[in-house]
Design a protein around this ligand. Structure first.
Ligand code: ADP
Length: 296
């Protein structure tokens, strides 16, 4: 049903009372080593919600990489198109404070080795998927190749936005764009998104017909055909919002693959993402189907 093209990372997560300022040293809790990466997280989110999911990406050649691969397989994600390239996997150092605010550094590692040829090798898989989802933690040529091979709905989570913006040839291939506020601001060339109305104006000016802007605790804004609608998030006690956007994208893909309209898919994604912020770790609280149905 769904093919995710994207990154696989080993997250090293440390809880701190307050995030350090430049030049400051702070004490933190124990280092947790968790499976992460936007691509892998989105694939896990979709698999937990019951979809058939394959991940196209790259890990390294060390024991950490093998663990990451095995963990994904155990989640039910098809890993036949996860290449093993020499060296370490992608890694992220994640600091999370008591307000659930985070600060993240990503070292691409093996993700940088995902080329268009590896994506082309997954051509039949991509061509047969109802939904293909990509992010930008892997090289742009790989994302472009995936967009070109996709015959279903191509969903792009433009995270992180490249310094030079999105390549012109990628825009017309995107069916649904899913930026957060920071990414929308970067794409629109403004310093920040001030409120949902501002987000709606910025999204309407992008060369993309359908955009879903994630707005953190405020929910998500669905922009389609010149109209927009705010889908509010249910109030929850957030512990760690790392991976909230990934849960959102995975859930959105599941609902779109089931043929639901965009507004309804965004409602499903908002409920899944609200559940995901209630424990530390990107994947710890990613819900199953039953939890989304039961909780709200
Ligand atoms: P990112 O994780 O990329 O920074 P957001 O912060 O916009 O993206 O979060 C993605 C989605 O997760 C939101 O659209 C919302 O549905 C959900 N979410 C995030 N933070 C909260 C929160 N505090 N309470 C409820 N839902 C949240």
């Amino acid at each position: 049903d769904i093919v995710v093209v994207g990154s696989v990372n080993l997250d090293q997560v440390i809880e701190v009372a307050a995030l350090p300022r430049p030049g400051e040293t702070v004490a933190g809790g124990p280092v947790r080593r968790l499976g992460g990466g936007k691509g892998a997280n989105q694939a896990v989110a979709a698999a937990r919600l019951g979809a058939a999911v394959a991940l196209v990406g790259a890990v390294g050649s060390d024991p950490d990489s093998e663990r990451l691969r095995a963990e994904l397989a155990a989640e039910g994600v098809a890993v036949e198109h996860l290449a093993a390239v020499p060296g370490p996997p992608g890694q992220a150092v994640v600091l999370v404070d008591r307000q659930a605010e985070n600060c993240i550094v990503v070292s691409p590692g093996a993700n940088a080795g995902l080329g268009p040829a590896a994506v082309a090798a997954a051509g039949p898989l991509l061509g047969g998927a109802r939904v293909v989802v990509a992010q930008l933690e892997v090289p742009l040529p790989a994302v472009l190749a995936a967009a070109r091979l996709s015959r279903g709905t191509f969903v792009l989570n433009p995270a992180p936005v490249p310094a030079t913006g999105l390549p012109a040839e990628l825009w017309p291939l995107v069916d649904v764009l899913v930026p957060n506020r920071t990414e929308l601001a970067a794409l629109a060339g403004v310093a920040e998104v001030t409120d949902p109305a501002h987000a709606a104006r910025l999204a309407a000016a992008l060369p993309c017909a359908r955009t879903v802007v994630t707005l953190g605790a405020a929910g998500a804004l669905v922009c389609e055909g010149g109209a927009h609608e705010l889908v509010p998030a249910p109030p929850v006690r957030a512990v760690d919002t790392t991976g909230a956007g990934d849960t959102f994208c995975g859930a959105l893909a599941v609902a779109l693959a089931e043929g639901r309209p965009l507004r309804q898919a965004a409602g499903f994604a908002v409920r899944a993402a609200a559940l995901s912020v209630q424990q530390v770790g990107a994947r710890a609280a990613m819900p199953g189907r039953g939890a989304v149905a039961a909780q709200f």
